[in-house]
Design a binder for this molecule. Structure first.
Ligand SMILES: Nc1ncnc2c1ncn2[C@@H]1O[C@H](COP(=O)(O)OP(=O)(O)OP(=O)(O)O)[C@@H](O)[C@H]1O
Ligand SMILES: [Mg+2]
Length: 307
């Protein structure tokens, strides 16, 4: 559905995207995961024709963007990172405006607009002006505007930033539903939980480059020499002492919950329990965890996904 080959984009001397290549197959939800400034929006803005690339190739549904941009755009729906809706118009008028840009008109436009508002849970607010909306409602309307013409490929750029959990859940559900109905999705986020929950494959981006791509188990496999132990204890543990246990690379402490990043499968667990015993921290819960995408990112880049 989408192929990006050796994409390069500079802003002046700043190399924002450097040699990025990936392929999104029909019917999948593909994730671009990366921290602030990774180059996600720049990549998306090139794909959607909003900015010019310096080099590389983009094809959408087999159409080369350099040759058939207008045709390719009809296959696309875009939900930009910055809200792109009109505050002084009603929700319905907004959705109808974007639908009309894609050639819908008359009764069909009206029906589609109402259907789409219903889909994002805003039908009862159809006649209300956007300026009366909460942040989450605006986000959902932003999505409706990108959807009204039923695109084959929907591109969402961080659609859940700064919203309440209820709107977030609604958006997550809506994306899965659209995908079940056949829409291919390119999803950009810096929340690893969202990428894990939604995406069939993920490209992890940092500083303009893809540092790894694959499905969740392939990405986890990149750091298989690491393992992760979560232990809940009674009382305050001695993190200093625990961090000296051989093989322990990192300890995150959250309340009474410890999470150990360990290297190599040796006897650390026994040693940790011994230290906890010495410091009289009763173990309330213990589990061996799969690495998450934050662990993958941290191992590959030495940085955290979140600032
Ligand atoms: N118009 C611009 N002019 C100059 N530099 C830019 C411009 N837009 C983006 N950049 C720079 O390009 C790099 C990539 O930015 P981009 O917006 O693509 O990142 P992002 O992954 O979308 O980040 P975020 O998660 O913060 O949205 C950053 O270093 C950014 O400062
Ligand atoms: Mg961005």
């Amino acid at each position: 559905m989408l192929e990006v080959k050796k994409l390069v984009k500079r802003y002046g001397s700043k190399l924002a995207v450097s040699d990025v290549s990936f392929k999104v197959e029909k019917g999948e939800i593909y994730g671009l995961l990366g921290p602030n400034g990774a180059g996600k929006s720049t990549t998306i803005n090139v794909i959607t024709g909003l900015i010019q690339k310096d080099s590389g190739q983009v094809t959408i549904g087999g159409l080369d963007l350099d040759k058939e941009l207008t045709k390719a755009k009809y296959l696309l729906g875009i939900v930009p990172q910055e809200l792109a809706i009109y505050n002084d118009l009603s929700a319905l008028a907004n959705v109808k405006f974007f639908g009309s840009l894609y050639g819908l008109s008359g009764r069909k436009l009206n029906e589609r607009a109402l259907e789409t508002l219903d889909f994002v849970g805003l039908l009862d607010k159809a006649k209300d002006k956007v300026k009366t909306f909460s942040g989450g409602m605006k986000r959902r309307l932003n999505i409706a505007c990108g959807l009204v013409h039923r695109p084959k490929l929907l591109i969402l750029d961080e659609p859940t930033v700064g919203i309440d959990p209820q709107s977030r859940n609604h958006i997550m559900e809506a994306i899965l539903q659209l995908n079940r109905e056949g829409t291919t999705i390119l999803y950009t986020t810096h929340y690893m939980e969202e990428a894990e929950q939604l995406c069939s494959r993920i490209a992890i981006m940092d500083a303009g480059q893809i540092v790894a791509q694959g499905n969740l188990s392939e990405l986890r496999g990149l750091i298989e020499e690491n393992w992760y132990i979560a232990i809940k204890v009674k009382g305050m543990p001695d993190v200093d002492k625990l961090s000296r246990v051989s093989g322990v690379e990192k300890i995150d402490l959250n309340g009474n919950a410890l999470r150990f990043t360990c290297r190599g499968k040796h006897a650390q667990l026994r040693d940790m329990l011994e230290v906890l015993g010495q410091t009289h921290n009763e173990v309330l819960d213990l589990s061996i965890e799969e690495p998450n995408l934050e662990d993958v990112f941290l191992t590959l880049t030495g940085k955290r996904l979140r600032d």
